[in-house]
Design a protein around this ligand. Sequence first.
Ligand SMILES: [Zn+2]
Length: 317
Amino acid sequence: MNTFWFRYRLFVLLAFVPLYAMAEPPFGGTAFVDPNIVVATDPSVFGQVIGKGQGMRTVFDRRTNAFGAINAYLFEATGSDGSLIEAQINPEFGSVDAARVEAQRYTRLIGQMPWASRRNVRTFAVHQGDQDFGGNRNGSLLIHAGRTATYVDFGALEEILIHEAGHASLDERHENAPAWLAAQAADGEFISTYARDNPTREDVAESYLMYLAVRDTSGRVSESLKTQVLSVIPHRIAYFDVERVLDWAERTYPQIFGPAGQSTLSLTGYRYRSYANGHFMAIQEASPARLLYLGPLSNNTALDLGLLSNWVAKAAP
Ligand SMILES: [Zn+2]
């Protein structure tokens, strides 16, 4: 056989193998897979909302599919961790008392989310209407109160909000990160058809909810679901483990690992963040992965802090 032709055919064969090999995703959409990832009785960092009167806010509304200005009823809450949220309630609810009920309900729900999901959520708007919820990377969530009862029937209200908060808090940070793209490629599959069909827009939000299922410590998520997710997207789960521990280190030791919000960088076999004054935190991507510190606290030699999995368990959600 002509060598060129053979190579060409081999190339074509190999180039298409991943398409044929990609298995059908196990789920349609991950928000409805397990209603117990967060449940109504879970604690919230937010307590009572405080009324701030009315004010003009420009918010998205799916009934018109457009941004528009409303003279919103405004409420604020400060979380036990210092985070701030503003509720913007459409005046169509008719009274400040009716608006307060909406503000209180969704503020509490947002405060139940893990920190990574709500880290960039600053505001949310509530309208009437039976439309999809939404999340925007500008830091806002969109709620159509006419849809809420349907999500509650599925037990999925908390999970839907976590999915939408993923668009506000996770997409921009991860969707184009080289290590995320590498994890997607290494997994070679998607956790849901929704993620597969919208790989740039939905994969982070879809996968993160299943990450929370895998790392659930309440005992409510079945071992079979955890095993199934780990068999389909193990590299994405490992990616979120690294992010969780490094985020936790920044929040727990801000004097050392600051300023917070550093990007995670890659070096062959390692992922790391670099901080002021020469502090580094690194993950050695061995199997099993290990956490390392390098910097002035260790005389600038690599200090092995043990298995990453121990730190994942320690890092608060
Ligand atoms: Zn989405």
